[in-house]
Design a protein around this ligand. Structure first.
Ligand code: GLN
Ligand code: MG
Ligand code: MG
Ligand code: MG
Length: 443
């Protein structure tokens, strides 16, 4: 919606809004907010709300800590579940510095910058449809999350009194109440694991949607006395949670990945974009799979990708081309997980694809065999390389990828690498349960 300031004033009044949640996303993909009473509305509308940036991780040094929130009026939304007396509305904001410039450590500002670049290459939008997966766990008597799934069923299964399905339906209703167009919601392979897919939209909108989606999923789970987690691999030995990224590039209303005369119905643009995605797959991994635990998911045997390859039919590779064509033609990148900062992830895939277009990067041949049945030598013969298998290697690959630096911008790129290096080192210092189990008594 293209709301004006007056529209916002009117909606706030007509709907008895009492509180405004001014939201933005930090480097780690965590949604932050500053809540103000509606009496502050004029200050909000005039970009006057200030906050201390030094308290937000990955933002600023202490000596330059004042930051301003500039509301994006189009993101105004009243939470339907807020109480009648004291309704709450949210507005997503962009972070600005004291001298009135967009702060480039703000991932949303950065995605806007990358999208503007894309428009200079005459594309109108990058449309993205995400497939976030998550687990529903029981809570203990104190309300703390356990690792016990709330059911023991599997993919598309139906069970009588399936409390997970009831909870998931409630999530879908809450999402539809705030304007989501939910296309599919189903049980996933692991016990307690679910997926909710909502309709694609342009990259910025989809990133905004993912952020509110996570909030809704967690809030509804809590109402059902369950805990929803987007942690990629909470349990060893069963499938983890990914967030596949379906993408298509548009020139006005034309999906430029589609060409009925092209090989497999795909255009040259689609192949070059794919070439870029594959070329930068290693550098992108730290962005799409940003936490230590992400790499416990990217292992053979659990429907998560390990090797850099694409396929028009097979489900195991990094990039899959779903069979629909025409306006629905898309590439599905399967490495990312729901802990990725969506603003950064979409900037990353877009720059990778655009690099493919600029430099006419031809992707290697598609693989129709099951890569997991090939041995190392067969893979090398087919030029199939690995994704990084831990966060440190992923950070190294990111550091050496100038296109990913271009995607994040110098500021975000540097703070991200510093923060993630720190995170990995903190993990590396820990003595784990696995080590104690295997070594304590043996040596
Ligand atoms: N859960 C799998 C993953 O980790 C995906 C399963 C699927 O959607 N086919 O990516
Ligand atoms: Mg799916
Ligand atoms: Mg799935
Ligand atoms: Mg998928």
């Amino acid at each position: 919606h293209n709301y004006t300031k007056n529209d916002i004033r009117k909606m706030a009044k007509d709907h008895n809004v009492s509180f405004l949640r001014l939201m933005f996303t930090d480097l780690f993909g965590t949604e932050k907010d500053v809540e103000v009473p509606v009496s502050q509305l004029e200050n909000v509308l005039n970009n006057k709300i200030m906050f201390d940036g030094s308290s937000i991780e990955g933002f600023v040094r202490i000596e330059e800590s004042d930051m301003y929130l500039h509301p994006d009026l189009s993101t105004w939304m009243i939470f339907p579940w807020s109480p009648d007396r004291g309704r709450i509305a949210r507005i997503i904001c962009d972070v600005y510095t004291m001298d009135g410039k967009p702060f480039m450590g703000d991932p949303r500002n950065n995605l806007k910058r990358v999208l503007k670049d894309m428009k200079r290459s005459h594309f109108t939008s990058l449309d993205i449809g995400p497939e976030p997966e998550f687990f529903l766990f029981k809570r203990d008597r104190d309300g703390k999350p356990t690792l016990q799934p709330n059911d023991s069923i599997s993919y598309f299964d139906l069970a009588p009194a399936d409390t997970g399905a009831i909870c998931r339906r409630d999530m879908v209703l809450a999402l539809e109440d705030i304007g989501f167009n939910v296309e599919a919601a189903h049980h996933e392979v692991s016990p307690g694991q679910h997926e909710i897919d909502f309709k694609y939209s342009d990259a910025l909108n989809t990133a905004d949607n993912i952020q509110i989606f996570k909030l809704v999923v967690k809030a509804v789970a809590k109402k059902h006395n369950l805990y929803a987690t987007f942690m990629p691999k909470p349990i060893t030995g069963i499938n983890g949670s990914g967030m596949h990224i379906n993408m298509s590039l548009f020139q006005h209303h034309k999906n430029v990945f589609y060409d009925p005369k092209g090989k497999l119905g795909l255009s040259k643009i689609a192949y070059y974009f794919l070439g870029g995605i594959l070329k930068h797959a290693r550098g992108f991994t730290a962005i799409g799979d940003p936490i230590v635990n992400s790499y416990k998911r990217l292992v053979p045997g659990y429907e998560a990708p390990v090797y850099i390859a694409w396929s028009p039919s097979n489900r195991s590779p990094l990039v899959r081309i779903p069979s629909s064509r025409g306006i629905q033609t898309r590439l599905e990148l399967r490495s990312a997980d729901p802990t990725a900062n969506p603003y950064m992830a979409f900037a990353g895939v877009l720059e990778a694809g655009l690099d493919g277009l600029r430099n006419k990067i031809v992707p290697p041949a598609g693989i129709n065999r099951n890569i997991y049945r090939m041995d190392a030598q067969e893979r090398i013969a087919d030029h199939i390389y690995n994704l990084p298998d831990n966060l440190r290697d992923a950070i190294t690959a990111l550091k050496h990828d100038p296109i990913m630096k271009r995607a994040l911008g110098t500021k975000l790129f540097n703070t991200f690498i510093t923060a993630k290096t720190f995170e990995f080192n903190s993990y590396r210092l820990q003595v784990s349960a696995w080590e104690l189990k295997h070594y304590l008594k043996k040596y």
